[in-house]
Design a protein around this ligand. Structure first.
Ligand code: NAD
Length: 358
């Protein structure tokens, strides 16, 4: 197979972890006899510096032309006080919208050799294997009207800001159907997370998810309030198989999931639509460690594995990467965030170790 992949390293540690993931991708594709053509594009703060925009048209064009896109991270501290529409993160939101990737999959797995890295008690974390399916192109992050009204006349006393949470039946049903399909391939249990006691959006969410559930009688459906889910994720995470939820709840709950995996640097993600796939680690650009070659690249490497599986159907190749990651973890060849007993490896050394373990 010849794979056409767009690389968007982005900002901060994005470039470092993407480069390690590409090394592993190359080693995998070579081993299994595939060829690959990479294109590269700009996104985030780096793109603002070079083009004035967080998502240049050229990047969007390349993303629509490629078979799949592998991204690093976006965000630079110098933009912290700029309005949301001009921040690096806007580039990523627009990319997701433009690629129409409405489903964000965030697997959370407790690797046996990392049990000690989680701040939770071992017996709670051992055996955790869940998948968060987060709606990605609707809800509060995209809803309009939105804005800030500054009350300059009264020295800010009447300042007001507003966002709109908005969901259609179509947006809910397509993500629900995808989540049920994943549940069917796993342990056949789906927890739909919402807040219908307060939000009308959640009332529609619950109604539509229940209706779609009737198409999947073999999958057990339960509904859970988002606050209860936040608590259950640390009290009894093993009870979850697939968690289906809307955009903002999924954003927050999946970072909580990162605690179970030992480090946010471990978590991969896949964003899927009808046609295209966007793959990126869950973490951000980590300005505090950027440029030091010490970021954990395993989330990015796991995202590359997910890309092979979901965008190209290369299931064996993806499994080979995950097995190599497991070996490297067992050997303690990990970055500082995972607190190894010996000397921590650098980002590029972990990339090399995974490639060699393949
Ligand atoms: P972050 O994920 O960048 O960092 C949080 C903490 O985790 C930091 O201490 C960081 O050092 C650590 N960390 C993150 N990734 C790591 C890795 N791979 N290895 C080791 N340690 C790692 O979140 P933040 O600090 O809240 O945000 C920093 C910037 O990233 C902000 O501009 C934010 O908007 C942006 N951001 C981008 C994305 C994305 O690109 N998808 C996601 C979240 C945040």
């Amino acid at each position: 197979m010849n794979l056409k992949i767009l690389l968007l390293p982005g900002d901060g540690i994005g470039a470092e972890v993407t480069s390690a993931a590409v090394e592993v991708l190359n080693a995998t594709l070579k081993k299994f006899g595939h060829t690959v053509e990479y294109t590269e594009g700009l996104i985030g703060g780096t793109a603002i510096h070079k083009t004035g925009k967080p998502l240049p048209e050229d990047t969007m064009k390349k993303a629509l032309a490629a078979d799949a896109t592998l991204m690093g991270a976006v965000g630079l501290p110098e933009f912290d006080n700029t309005p949301p529409s001009q921040r690096p993160e806007r580039g990523l939101l627009d990319l997701r919208g433009g690629m129409e990737v409405f489903a964000n999959l965030r697997p959370v797995k407790a690797w046996p050799s990392l049990i000690e890295s989680s701040p939770l008690k071992n017996h709670l974390v051992e055996g955790v294997d869940l998948l968060i399916v987060r709606e990605l192109t609707g809800g509060l992050y995209f809803g309009t009207p939105r804005g800030i009204v500054w009350d300059t006349e009264h020295g800010g006393a009447g300042d007001r800001a507003y966002n709109t949470m908005n969901y259609s039946r179509l947006e809910i049903s397509r993500i629900a159907r995808m989540a049920f399909k994943f549940a069917r391939q796993r342990r056949k249990h789906l927890t739909s997370v919402d807040k219908p006691n307060v939000l009308e959006c959640s009332q529609l969410w619950r109604k539509v998810v229940t209706e779609i559930g009737a198409e999947f009688p073999d999958v057990e459906l339960e509904h859970m309030l988002v606050d209860t889910c936040a608590m259950q994720l640390v009290l009894n995470p093993k009870r979850f198989d697939v968690i289906l939820t809307e955009n903002m709840f999924g954003d927050i709950l999946s970072d909580e999931g990162a605690v179970l995996a030992g480090s946010i640097g471990m978590l991969p993600s896949a964003s899927l639509g009808e046609k295209k796939g966007l793959y990126e680690p869950v973490h951000g650009s980590a300005p505090d460690i950027a440029g030091q070659n010490k970021a954990n690249p395993l989330g990015a490497i796991g995202s590359a594995a997910a890309m092979l599986e979901y965008s190209f159907g290369l299931v064996k190749e993806a499994a080979a990467i995950n097995a190599a990651v497991s070996k490297v973890l067992d050997a303690g060849q990990v970055t500082a965030d995972l607190k190894p007993k010996g000397k921590p490896l650098t980002t590029s050394e972990v990339g090399k170790a995974v490639s060699e373990a393949l």
